[in-house]
Design a protein around this ligand. Sequence first.
Ligand code: DAH
Length: 340
Amino acid sequence: MKEQLLEIKQKAMNHIEQSPSLKELDHIRVQYLGKKGEITKLLRGMGSLPKEERPKVGAVANEIREEIESFLNTKIQELEKHQQEERLQKETLDITYEPPLPRIGHFHPLIQTLEELEDLFVEMGFTVYAGPEIESVENNFDALNAPKDHPSRNPSDTFYIDKDTLLRTHTSPVQIRAMKNHGAPLRIVSSGRVFRPDDVDDTHSPMFHQLEGLVVDKHVSLANLIHTLDIFIKEMFGEDMETRYRPHDFPFTEPSVEVDVTCHSCHGKGCGACSYTGWSMELLGAGMVHPNVLKHCGIDPEVYSGFAFGMGIDRIAMVKYGINDIRLLFDNDVNFLSQF
Ligand code: DAH
């Protein structure tokens, strides 16, 4: 049995000597020294040896085990050292290398526009006021002086939740909430989502965004409205921007106006974007708050007057960033959005 042990030792040593990888050395350890390895297997046959022989064979076996083990460890260390040297030789340090910066997100162009608009009005002394997207028919239409047969009340123009509740079709109901809760004087802006059952195309989406403004005080006039909006347009789009006021009809204002702004693409010269008129049309609706609306909110129209305005934030973001399709704002394509 001793000879057999020495044979195993020789075989193991040769095997280790020729082994090119750490992985293979691992296999060798299992093959010779493991629980089911060759040495253990051989020692199972010790029962057939005379009693006095057994401790001697056991001692030889242990010695051989230790020798194999130690040779194996030496070989492993050699290989590891060699590998490290190779790695160090290959490694170079490039001190001019600039690692890419982590990708940092930013606000959506629509939210950037919305916050810019709000900031401008806050600078002019307005307070930002919030209102819910689910509104009462009362606030969205009745209190805003919309006649019972006004076409905008039609289910083809409004998402109804039940007969008294709807998804707000504009931000104007926030005017009612602000006046009912705080009375006069008042100077607020409010922005957010509004909803209308429009088919999707390059200028329409069933969900879009508006910014509403309301000023109520003593002696507020149409001149104040025009002055405020003129300042706002120049601040937002540039000093060379002009405004044009055309008469219009909204139930909640009297008189009502629609406001056009110098075309952002051609600065008034006339181009394809403005159908050669030089004007971006219908950027804003505005007017003097209708006395019925003030009365409904408990404000005396003999003492107070007010002006209000509403604008499409999506339209303004599109004009500002030169985006020609509203769908791009809602597709949430990161490649597109990361430009802004
Ligand atoms: N609510 C109107 C709309 O959605 C916009 C509007 C027009 C708001 C005139 C106003 C206003 O406050 O005075 O078309």
